[in-house]
Design a protein around this ligand. Structure first.
Ligand code: ZN
Ligand code: ZN
Length: 220
C-alpha cells in the first residue's frame, strides 16, 4: 500500500515549473502521467483551485500565496534531502530521486533544520535549483562552523571531507570534478598563502581564494 498526498505532489510540480517560467495545466498532467498509485486529471487539478491553493487562468495555473506557503517547506525538504543523499551519503543522481521524494514528506521540522545546519545551509540543490531558506539559515552562522565550513576557514594541515561545492559556475565545478575534487572526497590543505594548495592522494592542486571559499567540507 502506498499513500500519496496528491495535493502536495501537485503544488510541488507547479512551484518547480513556475520557477522556470510558467506552468500550464498540461505541464502538471504530463509531469504525473503514469505515476503509479494516483491519477492526475482535470478534476483533481480543479480541486486545487477550490482549496484556494492555485489559480487557473486559461491554460495557465499559478500558485496562490497559500499554495506557495504550503509548497515551500516541501520543496525545501526535497532539495535538502537531495543534498544530504549526494553530498554526505554519496548516492548518484538516479539513486537519490526516489529517496528524496520520500524524505520530502517524512522529515520532521527539527530534523530538517539539523540537516540544513549540518550541510552548512546550502542555497542550491545538486541540480542547481534554489533551496528555500529556513529559520536556521537566518540565525547566526556560529552553529554552522562546528559542522561544515569553507576551505578558506580551515587551517593548513587540516584534512577535509568535501560536503559540497557552492559555486554557481558549472564550468568551474566540472573542472574541479575532473581533478577529482568532488563531494565525498578527502583533501588535505597544504598551503593557504600566496595560493591555496590542496592535496588529493598524490596530486596537488593550486586554487584561487574565491574558489577555495566555495568548497565546503567537514574536518576529519
Ligand atoms: Zn534538485
Ligand atoms: Zn538552514
Amino acid at each position: 500500500m502506498k499513500i500519496v498526498d496528491v495535493t502536495a505532489e501537485l503544488i510541488e510540480t507547479i512551484w518547480t515549473f513556475q520557477e522556470k517560467g510558467r506552468c500550464t495545466v498540461d505541464n502538471v498532467k504530463n509531469e504525473h502521467e503514469g505515476d503509479p498509485g494516483y491519477i492526475v486529471d482535470d478534476e483533481i487539478i480543479a480541486e486545487l483551485e477550490r482549496k484556494g491553493l492555485a489559480k487557473i487562468d486559461g491554460v495557465e495555473i499559478t500558485l496562490t500565496d497559500e499554495g506557495r506557503a504550503q509548497a515551500r517547506p516541501i520543496i525545501r525538504r526535497h532539495r535538502l534531502a537531495e543534498r544530504l543523499l549526494t553530498d554526505v551519503l554519496g548516492l548518484s543522481f538516479e539513486e537519490m530521486e526516489e529517496s528524496a521524494c520520500e524524505y520530502e514528506h517524512t522529515l520532521a521540522p527539527g530534523l530538517t533544520e539539523a540537516i540544513c545546519t549540518l550541510l552548512g545551509h546550502p542555497r542550491e540543490c545538486p541540480h542547481g535549483s534554489p533551496i528555500p531558506e529556513g529559520d536556521c539559515c537566518k540565525r547566526t552562522e556560529d552553529s554552522v562552523k562546528t559542522f561544515v565550513k569553507a576551505l578558506d576557514a580551515c587551517d593548513v594541515g587540516d584534512e577535509i571531507r568535501i560536503s559540497f561545492i557552492r559555486k554557481a559556475d558549472p564550468i568551474l565545478i566540472s573542472k574541479l570534478v575532473s581533478f577529482g575534487v568532488s563531494p565525498g572526497k578527502t583533501i588535505k590543505i597544504r598551503q593557504k598563502f600566496p595560493a591555496y594548495v590542496i592535496q588529493m592522494e598524490h596530486t596537488q592542486i593550486a586554487l584561487e581564494e574565491d574558489i577555495a571559499a566555495g568548497i565546503y567540507g567537514m574536518k576529519i
